[in-house]
Design a protein around this ligand. Structure first.
Ligand code: AMP
Length: 476
């Protein structure tokens, strides 16, 4: 099938042609005709499948007739994160270049007054994150009763991020007679229930998550022990011709540790994970996109849906625990026919995840050996020995330091390399015992405050009154 078969206007087809796309992707083939018919659509599709164009292209044509009124957008696209909202806005600009549509992007970190000014002029397309949109609604700056087309994108992620009550509130302010497009990467029972609330007699379209990796990506596997991972990645980053690279870690705290280590060793690196403020994330991402940062260390969640072209390398510092993430990760390189490289660094303890990945992609990832591996092992052994020594010296509660560890600014960073040392059974230990300490040497009270491990019961934070002998209280 070609784009011209889908019923899109000549303006849109011209813009699509200029992007260089040859054929519509499966989700575009399936969704675009229904959207153009005005039907509600329930789409199961992940990022990377071309779903954004699947709804933006027909929307541009639907909105071609009609005029926007002040503060009354004609269509609304809800996105869970600022990055995704900004990406959808970029798509509208690219595909809508021959269509005269106005657009506003309402996301945090941007000035309210600029956004208000746009809304005052009237917009055809409003792209927003739920929280910021509700801020504008509450300030009376936007009226939603003129919205005729609604897109709820990445609904499963909206749910993960706790945005559903905001989305429900927003939908309650829209006219009931409208077209709704609902996209989610997965279609669980909960998602269906939610979709039932928002959609009327929808057409269901689904594309299965990709299971194949691109032939343009050279894949390789290094089997090491945990302590060798950091020296190895540094070596690989030096010896490979890295233009830009994603480095994926499974845990947020490892993202921080690895970033600190790379920066300390002179690499031009930045990080992206869910605990960073949105503005910091946007700033880092912009720097990565414009080449100011060469290496982006990130977690799967933070990097999901982020579209950066011409990435030369992907490194899996850890084998992903969900096999499909391997495909997402390495799909960031080798795009549009370019050559890409994807290297995975695994320990024996990650075997079961590796098996799952290889089963999903239907082939074994070739095991590579590296010249200079002896040096790496020696370096790792030294680090491990230093850590062990520091550990012994510090029995009694004070914090540990490692040479390889980032020069930590916070107590957490100083203490975390301990997790790395617990290599073989790292999974278990890291999840159970929070090594992180707060300023008072106590474990954090909340999971994710300082590490990924939940505190059981009261942790060390026993209230003082628990310690008063019962008799004493009675005597008072
Ligand atoms: P998405 O799933 O919407 O995030 O899109 C993922 C990537 O696919 C983006 O870089 C798009 O520019 C690209 N893309 C979208 N449609 C097509 C197409 N028909 N052919 C080739 N690439 C596409």
């Amino acid at each position: 099938m070609i784009f011209a078969d889908l019923g899109l206007s000549t303006e849109v087809l011209k813009a699509v042609k200029e992007t260089g796309y040859e054929n519509p992707t499966p989700i575009q083939e399936k969704a675009i005709p229904y959207v153009l018919m005005g039907r509600d659509v329930l789409g199961t599709a992940q990022t990377g499948t071309g779903k954004t164009a699947g709804f933006t292209l027909p929307m541009i044509d639907i909105l071609a007739s009609g005029q926007a009124k002040a503060r009354m957008p004609r269509s609304l696209i809800l996105e869970p994160t600022r990055e995704l909202a900004a990406q959808v806005a970029d798509n509208f600009e690219i595909y809508g270049k021959y269509s005269n549509l106005s657009m506003a992007l309402l996301i945090g970190g941007m000035s309210f007054s600029d956004q208000d000014a746009k809304l005052d002029k009237g917009v055809d397309v409003l792209i927003a994150t739920p929280g910021r949109l509700l801020d504008h609604v509450e300030r009376g700056k936007v009226l939603l009763n003129g919205v005729k087309t609604l897109v709820i994108d990445e609904a499963d992620r909206m749910m993960d991020m706790g945005f559903i009550p905001d989305v429900e509130r927003i939908v309650s302010l829209l006219p009931p007679l409208r077209q709704t497009l609902f996209f989610s990467a997965t279609m669980s029972k909960e998602m269906r229930k939610l979709a039932d609330k928002f959609l009327m007699n929808p057409k269901e379209v689904a594309v299965s998550p990709p299971t194949a990796t691109a032939a343009t990506v050279t894949q390789g596997l290094y089997m090491v022990n945990r302590a060798e991972k950091r020296p190895l990645i540094r070596k690989l980053l030096k010896q490979e011709e890295v233009k830009t690279a994603f480095v994926f870690c499974n845990r947020k705290k490892d993202v921080d540790i690895l970033l600190g280590s790379l920066v300390k060793h002179g690499f031009n690196a930045g990080a992206l994970h869910g605990d960073m403020s949105q503005s910091h994330r946007m700033e880092t991402l912009d720097k990565f996109k414009n080449g100011e940062i060469k290496i982006l260390v990130c977690s799967d969640v933070a990097a999901r849906g982020i579209d950066v072209s011409a990435v030369s390398h992907v490194f899996n510092f850890d084998v992903p625990t969900h096999a499909e993430d391997y495909i997402h990760r390495i799909g960031r390189t080798g795009r549009a026919g370019q050559q890409g490289h994807a290297y995975t660094i695994a320990t024996k303890s990650e075997d079961k995840y590796l098996d799952a990945v290889q089963k999903l992609v239907g082939k074994e990832i070739p095991v590579l050996t590296l010249e200079g591996m002896d040096e790496i092992s020696e370096e790792a052994a030294e680090i491990a020995a230093r850590e062990k020594k520091t550990d012994r010296n510090q029995k009694g509660g004070s914090r540990r330091k490692t040479d390889d560890a980032p020069k930590a600014k916070t107590s957490r960073k100083k203490s975390e390399p301990a997790a790395e040392k617990t290599s073989k059974n790292s999974g278990k230990k890291e999840n159970k015992a929070p090594n992180a300490t707060t300023r008072k040497g106590r474990p954090p009270r909340h999971a994710n405050d300082e590490g990924d491990a939940p505190v059981v019961g009261l942790g060390d934070n026993i209230p003082a009154f628990f310690k008063i002998p019962l008799g004493k209280t009675a005597q008072k």
